[in-house]
Design a protein around this ligand. Structure first.
Ligand SMILES: NC(=O)c1ccc[n+]([C@@H]2O[C@H](COP(=O)([O-])OP(=O)(O)OC[C@H]3O[C@@H](n4cnc5c(N)ncnc54)[C@H](O)[C@@H]3O)[C@@H](O)[C@H]2O)c1
Length: 319
């Protein structure tokens, strides 16, 4: 294969859980031939049925038709053999658990099995590709493409280059994501949390601190954020917001507020206490909010409703 985003047709997705199945679906919807690899047949079956369910939601939202989804599903193959899954792939995306040793071993194997021109990407949220690829020989073909949940809907993907990533691999990965309708952003330095998760975590820290201080209820915190800058952010970005507010005014506001904003480097105790009580959120039926007891039903219903609302918002964002 000559290296160029137009010469990429075969995709392999390694690890098809929450993220992997949605990544596979996205490529299949854009007529790429996708091989999904995982460790057990039952996991791959579940991934396929999750894709079918996602596609049903797309039909309900008017994004896909009955005919088109048959075609999408025919673009997907499953495999329990890593070698054959990556052998003919032009672009491989790993979405296995966030475990450095596991990813290091997977990448060493994939480096051996994949064609020498194939690009090997990781969907890691936190691990540097230079560490994941420590045992890889052709390190210039390594990259992070960090998708956001739900990956089949959220348009932004962070493209993160490692120390050894070639400029060519960086550009091709970026263009490939553009070609499948994503809105990739380039992360020019390999820093912990990349860009989006750093910003999100900064917000989580302040919100947990406000909860601990008893400033507002969980209901009002979520409503407050969703119904104010949350709603606005899909249309006007944070730096645009500053420009619109006037940088001199923003400066004054920040100068006054910065000393009061939480700066702790320990995670707030409120979260640890919830974990001790097994209040882990949706999966245990209780987190900051209560959910229906039946975990599977709750997960299914919440993700369907979430996806429908996101698809609706996505139309506005895309315009
Ligand atoms: N969950 C998120 O919101 C999110 C967002 C962005 C990035 N990520 C990252 O994506 C990756 C996957 O996360 P997830 O939430 O989809 O996890 P997950 O646990 O839902 O899925 C991981 C999948 O990998 C499979 N797996 C286990 N061992 C494997 C192996 N040796 N080889 C191949 N597959 C194997 C599992 O069977 C499972 O299907 C992680 O690196 C995570 O940090 C997650």
């Amino acid at each position: 294969m000559e290296r160029d985003s137009d010469s990429i047709h075969e995709i392999a997705v390694i690890g098809c859980g929450l993220m992997g199945h949605g990544i596979a679906q996205t490529f299949a919807q854009k007529e790429y031939s996708v091989t999904m690899y995982d460790t057990h047949h039952s996991i791959l079956e579940k991934a396929i049925s999750q894709i079918q369910s996602n596609l049903d939601t797309f039909i309900e939202a008017g994004v896909e038709t009955e005919e088109s989804i048959k075609k999408v599903l025919s673009n997907i193959r499953i495999s329990l053999d890593l070698r054959s899954a990556v052998k003919y792939a032009h672009f491989v995306i790993e979405a296995a658990p966030e475990d450095l040793m596991l990813k290091m071993n997977l990448f060493a194997e994939m480096d051996r099995y994949a064609h020498e021109d194939a690009i090997l990407a990781s969907n890691t949220s936190t691990l540097p590709i230079s560490k994941i690829g420590k045992k890889v020989i052709r390190k210039e073909r390594l990259i992070i493409t960090h998708w956001f949940n739900p990956p089949h809907i959220i348009p932004v993907v962070e493209v993160v280059r490692g120390e050894a990533t070639s400029q060519e691999v960086f550009e091709i990965s970026y263009r490939l994501l553009e070609k499948i309708g994503k809105r990739p952003i380039k992360i020019l330095k390999e820093i912990p949390g990349f860009l989006i998760n750093r910003v999100q975590t900064a917000m989580f820290r302040e919100i947990l601190s406000l909860l601990e201080l008893g400033v507002a209820t969980p209901e009002d915190i979520d409503l407050g954020i969703k119904g104010s800058f949350g709603l606005r952010l899909a249309v006007i970005g944070p730096l645009q917001t500053m420009d619109m507010g006037g940088l001199d005014l923003m400066y004054k506001g920040m100068k006054y507020l910065y000393p009061f904003i939480d700066r702790s480097i320990e995670v707030q105790k409120i979260l640890g206490k919830k974990i001790e009580r097994n209040e882990l959120g949706l999966k245990t039926g209780e987190g900051f909010f209560q959910y229906e007891q039946k975990e599977a039903l709750a997960q299914y219903r919440h993700s369907k409703e979430r996806d429908k609302k996101l698809l609706y918002l996505l139309k506005t964002f895309s315009e």
